[in-house]
Design a protein around this ligand. Structure first.
Ligand code: HEM
Length: 191
């Protein structure tokens, strides 16, 4: 796959890979996430995610970041395993499993059913889990570079390309990470 520089993240001709509409499971979560749409719909979903994040009191403590966010969003630490199952299957090219879909449905039920607010909380939990674990793993091994090294976009000719995040650890442009301040605060205390 072609690798392009991070500047394309600010080029509106490059779109995020879209997720088709779906009624249940991981496919439903992807279809609702800000990560998988552009334009006015993205702005709307992104505003919901930012509102959910800013209205929760997330501790900058040594607690596991996923557990800290779970508790800030009103669920117990015991839901960590379900978040981990969902996060492992969140990217559409990751291995999918009925176990991950079942975990997603348990989390949806715990939040009282499918809604925009449920989707916003779940997509934040999944992003935190994947990115913070990548960061913690990197710290452990001493590996350099961005914790999430690449992302993907669909080029104007319809091909999917990879985008190098070496100079943009938290992305750039409209999809840049809304959790950056929190991630940096956690990175300090986890040091
Ligand atoms: C070291 C930790 C983190 C790293 C390296 C990281 C990195 C990134 C990157 C590179 C993107 C852009 C993806 C793209 O443009 O395709 C992104 C998006 C996102 N991140 Fe983070 N992130 C981290 C932590 C967090 C945290 C703590 C949260 C929430 C509390 C979060 C929530 C999100 C969300 C919801 C998006 C999607 C935004 C959108 O599509 O509009 N991330 N992150």
């Amino acid at each position: 796959m072609q690798m392009l520089p991070s500047a394309v993240l600010e080029d509106p001709r490059y779109r995020v890979p879209a997720a088709p509409p779906a009624g249940a499971g991981l496919a439903w979560l992807r279809s609702q996430a800000p990560r998988s749409c552009d334009g006015p719909e993205h702005l709307r979903r992104r505003a919901t995610v930012e509102q959910v994040l800013s209205s929760a009191v997330v501790p900058n403590s040594l607690a596991d970041p996923t557990v800290a966010l779970l508790e800030a969003f009103g669920l117990p630490a015991g839901r960590l395993d379900d978040v981990a199952l969902v996060a492992a299957a969140y990217q559409p090219d990751a291995p999918q499993s009925p176990g991950a879909d079942a975990a997603l449905e348990r989390l949806v039920a715990a939040y009282g059913g499918r809604s925009e607010g449920t989707a916003a909380r779940l997509c934040l939990l999944v992003q935190v889990h994947a990115a913070m674990r990548a960061l913690i793993g990197q710290r452990r091994t001493g590996a350099a570079g961005p914790p999430v090294p690449v992302t993907r976009r669909v080029a104007p000719d319809g091909t999917t390309v990879e985008v190098d995040l070496a100079d943009a650890s938290f992305g750039r442009g409209p999809h840049a990470c809304p959790g950056r301040a929190l991630a940096e605060a956690w990175a300090e205390v986890l040091r």
